[in-house]
Design a protein around this ligand. Structure first.
Ligand code: NAD
Length: 483
């Protein structure tokens, strides 16, 4: 398959190149070798994309919602039919194992396209009677939406932002992460092939500066970012200058609370899924695992046994279930946190090292005896590092779980149904799990509270963030005035 794309950008229905832009090298995290070379968007490319989006949006918004929805559903079918190739590409882009990408990336993108394709025609206003007079509301698109992506789920993020935006009648200019620029180009190609008018969904490449130049451009009406909190602060502040609508999907340091009465195998599965899937590079990961004292030893023993089942290697091999980190830089950052964990006195239960093989690998790492004030307990690590804490009571667990600046997700494992719901109600987090972890079906709202973000993706809730309401007042009789 071809890894080097036809050109760096996809604008107005076709591939476009401008070699004057800064070089972006795409590195396969398993070999460390450059597999494609792209160029960041120059101001001319940014302008071309925004002009195309602005023009196309007017045409697209004029289509019936049923017609728009049909395009999205057709795109979902194409994505599913090409799942294998798209998954191979996603694995080259990110280093995530094919075993994951073949079930979690293009498939999740297709779900979003299908869901919002189905929902498009139901996006309507309401009728508000006022005696003989009345008001009706129109739910209208915002205009041109900018999407800016992180590197951990490039296909999914391109679709999670694009599908609701397009369903509401907006156009999109999407800038993928410079670390994983390949997959979003395929999303743009497929939408075009499915019948989206040229210019409705554009992809331009670039580092942070290209993202920053998009946010303050007067042609832009909305910005949706998936990224870290420091970037979120900058993007939110820049968007505020033009009072632009925003969606912020940011970082987390989510708690996972396991009570003595929990089913041990399920709880260990939840902790593994919530810490080591995608080599720990998942925003909603439950990286602070609070284990009640009665079950702690059994939990750590079973966890260590099950981690022996990790199979590292070439992520394109379907038997491999644990891939390298996305980049050398990210591995260095995570190694720095591991060193801090050891230095600050946490007990290294397993992992902590680079295995003896090619690629930016780090072993799945578990720390026990972690205290709440250690660096590994407070900062987002974004790698395969789990911290285990012990606790005695439910009240204590909830208070410590919520003692964080983040509020993306939280989970609880318990056999006590009422306690599960009590914990979910008490968690200060946007997405909560009872006896499961890290599910993200398109039907349910996804997003964070506190520093983890603003707005929601997926579900009917996303429509609120990609449309605006207009009220139309209608008087049926004569209108009087005092003079
Ligand atoms: P990042 O913040 O470094 O970069 C995100 C994107 O923002 C990139 O495309 C980058 O080029 C761009 N960017 C950087 N500076 C910018 C600026 N000043 N203006 C505009 N754009 C700018 O994040 P990352 O390292 O790519 O991804 C990891 C982070 O993303 C983690 O914190 C993770 O928790 C978070 N994340 C959140 C979610 C979620 O849904 N909440 C999902 C995935 C990842």
């Amino acid at each position: 398959m071809q890894i080097q794309p036809t050109a760096s950008h996809f604008i107005d229905g076709k591939y476009v190149e401008d070699t004057a832009g800064e070089v972006i090298e795409v590195i396969y995290p398993y070999t460390g070798k450059v597999i494609a070379t792209l160029h960041a968007a120059t101001p001319a490319i940014v302008g071309q994309a925004l002009d195309a989006a602005r023009r196309a949006q007017k045409e697209w918004a004029g289509w019936s919602a049923t017609e728009r929805g049909r395009v999205l559903r057709r795109a979902a079918d194409i994505m599913r039919a090409r799942n294998h190739d798209l998954s191979v590409l996603e694995t080259y882009d990110t280093g995530k194992p094919y075993q994951e990408t073949s079930v979690a990336d293009a498939t999740s993108g297709a779900d979003a396209l299908e869901y919002f394709g189905g929902l498009a025609a139901s996006i309507t206003g309401e009728y508000i009677p006022l005696g003989d007079d009345f008001v009706y509301t129109r739910r209208e698109p915002l205009g041109v939406c900018v999407g800016i992506g992180a590197w951990n789920y490039p296909t999914q993020i391109a679709c999670w932002k694009g599908a609701p935006a397009l369903a509401c009648g907006n156009a999109m200019v999407f800038k993928p992460s410079e670390t994983t620029p390949l997959s979003a180009l395929k999303v743009a190609e497929i939408l075009c092939e499915a019948g989206a008018p040229a210019g409705v969904y554009n992809v331009i490449q670039g580092y942070g500066a290209v993202g920053a130049s998009l946010i303050t451009d007067p042609r832009v009406d909305k910005v949706s970012l998936t990224g870290s909190v420091p970037t979120g602060r900058k993007v939110y502040a820049a968007a505020a200058e033009g009072i632009r609508n925003v969606t912020m999907e940011l970082g987390g340091k989510s708690p996972l609370v396991i009570f003595d009465d929990a089913d041990l195998e399920s709880a260990v599965s939840g902790a593994i899924l919530g810490n080591f899937y995608s080599s720990g590079q998942v925003c909603s990961n439950g990286t602070r695992v609070f284990v009640q004292n009665g079950i702690k030893d059994a939990f750590l023993k079973r966890l260590t046994e099950r981690l022996a089942g990790v199979k590292m290697g070439d992520p394109q091999d379907p038997d491999v279930n644990f891939g390298p980190m996305v980049s050398e830089k990210q591995r260095d950052i995570v190694e720095g946190f591991i060193a801090k964990g050891i230095a600050e006195g946490a007990t290294l239960v397993c992992g902590g090292k680079r295995p003896d093989m090619p690629g930016f690998f780090l072993e799945p790492t578990v720390f026990a005896d972690v205290s709440d004030d250690m660096t590994i307990a407070r900062d987002e690590i974004f790698g395969p590092v789990m911290s285990v804490f012990d606790f005695d009571t439910e009240e204590e667990a909830l208070m410590r779980a919520n003692d964080t600046i983040y509020g993306l997700a939280a989970g609880v494992f318990t056999a006590d149904l009422t306690r599960g719901h009590r914990m979910a109600a008490g968690f200060a987090a946007g997405t909560c799990y009872i006896n499961t972890y890290n599910d993200a079906p398109v039907e349910a709202p996804f997003g964070g509270s506190k520093l983890s973000g603003v707005g929601r993706e997926n579900s009917k809730a996303a429509i609120e963030y990609y449309s605006q309401i207009k009220s139309v007042y209608v008087r049926m009789g004569d209108l009087e005035a005092p003079f």
